[in-house]
Design a protein around this ligand. Structure first.
Ligand code: GPP
Ligand code: MG
Length: 304
């Protein structure tokens, strides 16, 4: 078992990625997280994600966990990485596990605080209809309240669900997108109907190449908290903004983040997020990938 060596290796890479943003890694918070999932690290998809502007004081990490390792929220509870919130968020991952075919799980954390999210992903190319997810007792009411709106804008097939425990928020990662719903007019209408800010022209142009779109929903209100449009590419110049410092922060990160597949180009996922108040930008750089990311990059680069 190379688990302990992988913990060291991934921790070092995380420090290197965080160092690009001058963000310190809290070793006492992160080491137990990497150790809890250490047997998954060697073959995991691992992403280190930054956000621009005032959000650049944090680095997120995402690590995939195979389904035969068991659901990673249960692991996090057993390991003392988190505690139950006494809230429906505690149950959503288990309901997905028990009710749907899953292709993998993942966990997510912040380098300054540790564990924060778990993901359940449906099998590749087997997204589930949103309507099937709405019956889960712990799905936020806001998902039901917005389902018809989502469907009208082509957001009806869910590839992955994330549960953010501290924030009590759920992301629905829609895939299999129809280009007709990614035109500037449609994206503008989507944001407007959700009560979110109007996207800038650069963002609208960027959105046409999205491979995933994900709204974020809470439990306390029916409004969509935010929506993110994501583009996968190996091009380090795609940040959908000219404003500084975001542009330089994102481009620098895109050219320097550590990655473990030497000889290939770094796989990058860029996003812009709309809230009711602002538009902001993020970039995830894949430290480890699988053939799925290689296939996605090829498919989406062929669209240009
Ligand atoms: C993006 O969500 C999702 C990922 C970076 C995870 C993909 C990788 C896996 C190994 C599953 P986000 O971080 O943009 O959403 P939020 O803003 O809600 O945290
Ligand atoms: Mg994140």
């Amino acid at each position: 078992m190379s688990g302990a060596k992988d913990v060291e290796r991934v921790y070092s890479a995380m420090e290197e990625a965080a160092g690009l943003l001058n963000v310190p890694v809290a070793r006492d918070k992160i080491w137990p997280v990497l150790t809890a999932y250490q047997d998954a690290l060697a073959d995991a998809v691992i992403v280190f994600s930054m956000a621009g502007g005032r959000r650049s004081t944090e680095l997120d990490f995402s690590i995939s966990v195979p389904t035969d390792h068991g659901d990673p929220f249960t692991t996090a509870l057993e390991r003392g990485l988190t505690e139950k919130e006494n809230h429906p968020v505690d149950n959503l991952l288990a309901e997905l596990r028990d009710g749907f075919p899953l292709g993998m799980y993942a966990i997510d954390g912040m380098v300054t605080t540790g564990f924060k999210k778990a993901y359940a992903s449906f099998p590749t190319n087997e997204p589930q209809p949103l309507t099937a997810l709405l019956d889960l007792p712990s799905m936020p009411e806001s998902a039901r309240a917005n389902a018809e709106l989502f469907a009208r804008y082509g957001l009806d097939k869910v590839q992955m669900v994330s549960v953010d425990y501290p924030k009590r928020q759920v992301n629905l990662y829609f895939s299999d997108l129809n280009a007709d719903h990614l035109t500037p007019e449609e994206v503008k209408a989507t944001a407007s109907e959700m009560g979110l800010v109007e996207p800038t022209d650069m963002a609208l142009d960027f959105a046409t190449g999205s491979f995933a779109v994900y709204p974020t929903l809470g439990y306390d209100s029916d409004v969509v908290d935010r929506i993110t449009y994501a583009v996968i590419s190996v091009d380090p110049t795609l940040a959908p903004t000219t404003s500084e410092p975001e542009k330089t922060q994102i481009t620098t990160y895109a050219n320097s983040a550590p990655y473990a597949y030497a000889g290939e180009n770094r796989t990058l996922v860029y996003g812009f997020t709309l809230t009711s108040k602002e538009e902001y930008y993020k970039l995830g750089s894949y430290y480890q990938i699988t053939d799925l990311q290689r296939t996605l990059v090829k498919a989406f680069e062929a669209l240009d």
